[in-house]
Design a protein around this ligand. Structure first.
Ligand SMILES: Nc1ncnc2c1ncn2[C@@H]1O[C@H](COP(=O)(O)OP(=O)(O)OP(=O)(O)O)[C@@H](O)[C@H]1O
Ligand SMILES: [Mg+2]
Length: 379
């Protein structure tokens, strides 16, 4: 499963190339790119790059090892396209390495159902209703580590995908061990770029902001959108970096205003605790009233990191001061699961073995309603 699949982002051709990367990795090394429980594997995929195949099997040609790692890139937009894969395969002239036969795969763990959170989901639906009435709204989803923030928002997005008209969902997250500029936006703009690439070029032309090239400078992935590099809408020789930045910010805002005119737009930024100060400035600018783009912007973060995170330390105090105070907001704390829900989750994870009921009860109590712990104790 590609990392974006676990993050409920749309699946694209790049997700299939990820699977090719996994098969290639396994063929070259005899091992999967990540090991551990299903949950640990999902986590590693989101946070880390796999060990290069060549490190495990020194005979693997360097180019092939690099291609394999590129196919397994955490960002779909950074994976090579089919044409690029073919080109790189053709240019490989090294002799094939000895392939170690992989061990059989372990059986997949039992799938866990989503439990509880009726109130939280109802509040997210309220926020969506605000968006549907044409107003911008931001929702802060916060709670302790592993309390179920991501799972809750994912569940809500699943519901939204069945809505008509279909909302545009741009979902991204900050990565702990990554240092790209505008971290909170980086993967959201990846999702935006993928969305735009699926639209007819004539529609894209109508959405592109005047200063699109200033925006491309901040987020080069947008170069992949048809027509962007041909846009001759702006002068790019702006020596003043502050001015360039101001224009890029305005361009993103303009693009999102136009997008929101076409369809309801929902942006999710997960793991904001790992965000940077630049993202805080861009967020503030993007949502500044009046005339903010009509977005439902959902930001998730760990409550315990509210003061230590560079992004949150800047952003959270701004919420109550003008002009951000004028923006509609919702605070959504994600607390412990109810005992019944924790027990139901543990039972589902444990399966139908004899003695499950008593174990599920013990796990539900021991975990104190933390779903991450329920999951970890049940496997
Ligand atoms: N309501 C739920 N029903 C079933 N499983 C859940 C629920 N909430 C969370 N989980 C499971 O618990 C684990 C932790 O949840 P999740 O990753 O959403 O927590 P989080 O608050 O986002 O954690 P972090 O602070 O690391 O971002 C995941 O395996 C998730 O699938
Ligand atoms: Mg999370």
């Amino acid at each position: 499963m590609a990392p974006e699949q676990a993050a409920e982002s749309p699946l694209t051709e790049a997700s299939d190339w990820y699977s090719v990367g996994v098969m290639l990795y396994e063929s070259l090394t005899g091992a999967l790119p990540f090991s551990g429980t299903a949950f640990e594997v999902l986590r590693h995929k989101q946070l880390e790059d796999p060990v290069p195949p060549r490190t495990l099997v020194p005979d693997v040609p360097e180019d092939l090892s690099a291609l394999c790692l590129d196919l397994l890139h955490r960002r779909p937009a950074r994976r090579p396209s089919g044409a690029e894969v073919l080109r790189r395969l053709r240019s490989l002239d090294a002799a094939p390495a000895d392939v170690v036969h992989p061990p059989p795969l372990p059986p997949p763990p039992s799938a866990a159902p989503f439990v509880g959170r009726a109130e939280e989901l109802a509040r997210l639906r309220e926020a969506y209703a605000v968006l549907r009435s044409g107003r911008a709204i931001t929702v802060s989803v916060h709670g302790g580590s592993g309390m179920g923030k991501t799972a809750l928002v994912r569940r809500f997005l699943d519901e939204l995908r069945r809505e008509s008209p279909a909302p545009v969902i741009l979902s991204g997250r900050c990565y702990e061990r990554e240092s790209v500029p505008y971290k909170a936006f980086d993967s959201v703009v990846d999702a935006l770029s993928q969305y735009l690439r699926r639209l007819p070029p004539s529609v894209v032309q109508g959405l592109l902001p005047h200063d699109v090239l200033a925006l491309v400078r901040l987020f080069p992935v947008l170069r992949q959108v048809q027509g962007v590099t041909r846009a001759r809408r702006t002068v790019l020789d702006i020596p003043d970096s502050q001015e360039r930045r101001r224009r890029a910010f305005a361009a993103l805002r303009e693009l999102l205003v136009r997008l929101a005119d076409r369809a309801p737009v929902v942006i999710v930024m997960d793991d904001l605790q790992w965000g940077d100060a630049d993202s805080s400035a861009l967020l503030e600018d993007l949502m500044k009233p009046p005339d903010s783009p009509a977005l439902l912007l959902i930001g998730c973060y760990r409550t315990e990191e509210a003061t230590t995170s560079p992004l949150l330390a800047l952003l959270l105090p701004l919420r109550e001061s003008p002009p951000a105070a004028a923006l509609e907001k919702m605070d959504l704390a994600v607390g412990e699961l109810a005992l019944d829900d924790a027990r139901a989750l543990a039972s589902a994870l444990l399966g139908r073995e004899p003695g499950t009921e008593a174990r599920a009860e013990a796990i539900a109590r021991e975990s104190q309603g933390n779903p991450f712990l329920v999951d970890a104790l049940s496997r």
